[in-house]
Design a protein around this ligand. Structure first.
Ligand SMILES: NC(=O)c1ccc[n+]([C@@H]2O[C@H](COP(=O)([O-])OP(=O)(O)OC[C@H]3O[C@@H](n4cnc5c(N)ncnc54)[C@H](OP(=O)(O)O)[C@@H]3O)[C@@H](O)[C@H]2O)c1
Length: 317
């Protein structure tokens, strides 16, 4: 299949391109940076330099590539930190999820593409009430912390327009990434003991190894139907469980513990929410409909052996 991958030089793109090429797909891959084009070529793709927020340039690049499928992996999250100003940190990503999606969808439709796959996220967007693990049929959070409202609105927008597109529009809600290129910032915070367990640490996180995110994307190119899929590992887990485990796995001292009132002062409402209230996600639909299985079924195995490795060691799974 001829595939156009927008935002291909990031953490997910670097895993995705070799997997697409290995499956026999012919890949055109975009970056804004001429300096990264050589890397995309090394990974087996035909590079194209384009800014995802420039509608005209996107239209031209996609038209030239004549893709049967278009994959939207554009985010702007490198170097971002500070949960307190979450929407500010996500401002460009939110634009890429709204305008960027519009430009790419229009270009895909004009080029006659049959399939469109877009990156979304699962974890904090879930409703923070009821059971611990949510499916795609559960509502998103009707009342997110104030600092996440714009980011949730951008996710809602993307998840509405993509499945409604005049082609197979598939949204992949990836869990929290870890793995090569994807967890160095998280591990850095853990090493410095700057990621405390707040309150009881009852927030539930769904993780995903970056290699498995790429594999699910390849599977969605071949098997998915229009709609939304949670792409997460098999073991949603409380902060109180995974954070001390991660600290131990990287040889860091155990995380600090902090009462909620102090957590609110230190990390704001979003910090308290992700540490104490958020819900996890089920991967049952992705497994059933995409025929996908995570090679790293649990963060336990992944934090122990997959922070720097793409594939599990033989016999470790
Ligand atoms: N589900 C998750 O947990 C999740 C999801 C996404 C990212 N992350 C994390 O966030 C961190 C940074 O991610 P990353 O390395 O993928 O970098 P990133 O800065 O988020 O960039 C990702 C891709 O989006 C592209 N992009 C950014 N702005 C663009 C624009 N205006 N037009 C076109 N393309 C644009 C980048 O292109 P250029 O080549 O032009 O820079 C890059 O290819 C990593 O730790 C990653 O794991 C986590």
């Amino acid at each position: 299949m001829r595939v156009f991958v927008a935002g291909a030089a990031g953490a997910i793109g670097q895993q995705l391109l070799p997997q697409l090429v290995a499956q026999g797909h012919q890949v055109t891959a975009s970056t804004r940076s001429p300096a990264k084009a050589a890397r995309l070529r090394e990974l087996g793709a035909e590079p194209v330099v384009v800014d995802g927020l420039d509608a005209m340039a996107v239209g031209e690049a996609v038209a030239r590539a004549e893709p049967e499928a278009v994959v939207h992996q554009m985010t702007s999250l490198a170097g971002g930190s500070g949960l307190r100003h979450f929407d500010r940190m996500f401002a460009v990503t939110n634009q890429l999820r709204t305008q960027g999606t519009d430009h790419l969808l229009a270009a895909a439709a004009a080029a006659g593409a049959r399939r469109f796959i877009a990156q979304s996220y699962t974890g904090w967007p879930n409703i923070r009430e009821g059971g611990p693990v949510k499916t795609e049929d559960d509502p998103l959070d009707p009342d997110p912390p104030a600092a996440q409202r714009q980011s949730l609105a951008a996710i809602r927008y993307l998840e509405r327009v993509v499945p409604a597109a005049p082609m197979q529009g598939i949204v992949l809600r990836y869990g929290s990434f870890y793995g090569p290129g994807a967890s160095e910032a998280l591990v850095g915070l853990v090493r410095k003991r700057r990621l405390p367990v707040i309150g009881e640490g009852a927030g539930i996180w769904s993780f995903l190894h970056i290699r498995d995110a790429a594999a699910a994307t390849v599977a969605a190119l071949e098997h998915g139907r229009a709609g939304v899929y949670n792409v997460v590992d098999d073991e949603p887990a409380r902060v109180a469980e995974w954070l001390p485990f991660l600290a131990q796995a990287v040889g860091a001292p155990p995380p600090r513990r902090m009462p909620v009132w102090l957590g609110r002062l230190a990390a704001g409402e979003v910090g308290v929410s992700v540490m104490t209230q958020i819900r996890g996600s089920s991967n049952a639909r992705a497994k059933q409909e995409l025929g996908w299985q995570p090679a790293w079924p649990s963060w336990r195995q992944g934090f122990a052996g997959g922070l720097a490795a793409a594939e599990p060691a033989r016999g470790a799974a």
